[in-house]
Each structure stands twice: as C-alpha cells, then as structure tokens.
Design a binder for this molecule. Structure first.
Ligand SMILES: Cc1cc2nc3c(=O)[nH]c(=O)nc-3n(C[C@H](O)[C@H](O)[C@H](O)COP(=O)(O)O)c2cc1C
Length: 187
C-alpha cells in the first residue's frame, strides 16, 4: 500500500520542519524536510529523507555535507519558501535574504545555516540509504548551536502548529497500578 501526501491515514503523524541547507552544483540552497530525525545519541546522527531530483539531493550527494536548522515557530515563511520551489529554479537563499531573513556560514563546511532557528547543526554525510521513493541522508553532527528559548515549529495534517500544553505523566498511584500489570506479565 502507499501512504501518499493527502492520504488521511498520514494525519496522526506529527513532525518538525528541518530547514536543510546545502551547497554544490546548484549553489547555496535551502529546502524544508519534515522527515528530519535524530537517530543516534553517540555519535549524534541525523537522518533526512529526501526525494530524488531535488537540488538538495544532488548538492549533498556531491559535497557530502549539509546543514540542519530546525525551524522555530516564528519561521513558517522560511519553511514555506524553502518547501515551495526548487533551488534549480529559484535562488531561495537570496529570496529569503531579500525578505530580511539572515544566515551564517558553518564552522566546518561552506554551508549556510538559518539564524534564529531552534537548533542549528552542521552534518557530515556518513551514509546514504535508498528506502522506497526517498533516500535517507544520514549525517554525523559536527557542530551544534541551540537556543533553548526558541520553540520548534510543529508540522501536522499539512499545517503549522506550536507546541501544545504539557500533559501530566501518570501519577504515583497510577504507576503503582501499572507496575502490578507489568510484573504480572513479566517473562
Ligand atoms: C513543510 C514541508 C515539509 C517537507 N518535507 C519534505 C521531506 O521531508 N522530504 C522531501 O523530500 N521533501 C519535503 N518537502 C518538499 C521539499 O521541501 C520541496 O520539494 C523543495 O522544493 C525541494 O527543494 P530543492 O529542490 O531546492 O532541494 C517538504 C515541503 C514542506 C513545505
């Protein structure tokens, strides 16, 4: 079966928006990728699933590095510009600069990183794995800038959201009951 864009079965997924920056034959570029995940603590690894033919795909394949700026909740415009056209047709970085958004260059690589993002990392490509109709680019984190005051932008049902209310964890009494069930079914 497929789970194509627009299929209501995709609605329960909640993701964030990685602003994936790259450099290479298409010049400096930025794309939006909701499929951006941390997949290892040590070393810190981030996987980004990218469709074929995208400028970002070709840039990263060529240079073996990329930037991940996790969009903050006041960066919906950056996400929509980065996800709305290809770097093959539009210089999105210049368009965003023209709109007043700013970037800085990475410490390790000649890649632009999005200022004011919730988390900003540079990644060295360590693996590239084709899975279905996307390719996972797995990058090892080589620099980190974290602004704990910035809340990450949430992407859900094709719309932008802010982080909702924190829910209480189970009470001690509930945990006591839960423990009894877990112990009852111990192997
Ligand atoms: C919020 C949002 C999330 C997206 N997530 C992904 C994703 O995870 N993977 C992907 O390949 N494309 C994703 N896209 C689409 C790309 O951002 C889009 O195809 C973009 O034009 C690619 O740019 P490029 O050709 O400059 O690399 C997303 C778009 C938006 C708006």
């Amino acid at each position: 079966m497929d789970l194509k864009y627009g299929n209501p079965a995709r609605e329960p997924f909640v993701t964030n928006v990685g602003l994936i920056t790259s450099n290479g034959k298409h010049g400096h570029d930025v794309m939006a990728a909701e499929w951006t995940f941390q997949i290892s603590y040590d070393p810190g690894l981030i996987a980004v699933s990218i469709g074929p033919g995208k400028a970002t795909f070709e840039n990263i394949t060529e240079t073996k590095y990329f930037g991940v700026s996790i969009a903050a909740e006041d960066q919906t415009a950056i996400s929509s510009i980065a996800g709305g056209s290809s770097g093959k047709k539009v210089n999105k970085v210049e368009a965003l600069k023209d709109m007043g958004f700013t970037f800085h260059t990475g410490k390790h690589f000649d890649v632009l990183l999005v200022d004011e993002a919730a988390l900003i990392v540079e990644c060295k490509l360590v693996d590239q794995v084709v899975r279905g109709d996307h390719t996972m680019f797995i990058g090892e984190v080589v620099s980190v800038l974290h602004d704990k005051d910035k809340k990450p932008l949430i992407y859900h049902e094709g719309k932008y959201w802010s982080v909702g209310e924190e829910l209480p964890k189970p009470t001690n009494e509930e945990r006591g009951n839960m423990k009894a069930f877990v112990e009852k079914h111990a192997r």
